[in-house]
Write a protein that binds this ligand. Structure first.
Ligand code: HEC
Length: 149
């Protein structure tokens, strides 16, 4: 076998490899486009849980819509209750109206919201709720204040 033909073969093998990479890349691009199209479907086309669904991505759309909606009561249970229901480490208890009233009187509601966001003493920043926005934290504080009354 001549040196010439073996190097031709090497080049051919290399270009097949390169072609394979490009091809795989285009499949990946296509399927993510489909996924985006699936997510952008109007809500009426999304099938509900329990119904037969044509597209596998549809239940994901519903799950995203569900998590986007913020519920202060549900988030309190998930992120704040572990300390604020029993009153761990000096945390004002949810049902301790007198302590909440004293805090509001001393600092004002907005400062209390800010302290909940940045953390204060044994209270960790955002109560360790990494997904809670500033607005979510304000809603949580208002929920806690309303429960104590
Ligand atoms: C690890 C326990 C812990 C968790 C979890 C926690 N807190 Fe607290 N929190 C505390 C403690 C302790 C204090 C009292 C801090 C102080 O005033 O010394 C406190 C105080 C507060 C205050 C009063 C702040 C002030 O300025 O008086 C608010 C409001 C508050 N927490 C909101 C929340 C919210 C909302 C969540 C859930 C997202 C949460 N906390 C989760 C421990 C916790």
């Amino acid at each position: 076998m001549s040196v010439f033909s073996s190097s031709i073969r090497r080049i051919a093998r290399f270009s097949m490899l390169a072609l394979g990479v490009v091809f795989a890349g285009s499949i990946a691009a296509q399927s993510s486009d489909q996924l985006v199209a699936e997510r952008m479907k109007p809500i009426g086309e999304v099938c509900l849980a329990g119904q037969a669904c044509a597209g596998g991505a549809a239940p994901m759309v519903l799950a995203q819509a569900a998590t986007a909606e913020f519920s202060a009561a549900a988030q309190y249970t998930q992120s704040c209750a572990m300390c604020h229901t029993p009153g761990v480490a000096g945390a004002p208890r949810l049902d301790n109206a007198a302590e909440w009233a004293a805090r509001v009187a001393a600092k004002g509601r907005d400062t209390i919201v800010q302290n909940a966001i940045t953390g204060i003493n044994a209270m960790p920043p955002r109560g360790m709720c990494m997904t809670c926005t500033d607005e979510n934290m304000a809603a949580l504080v208002d929920y806690m204040l309303s429960q104590g009354q």
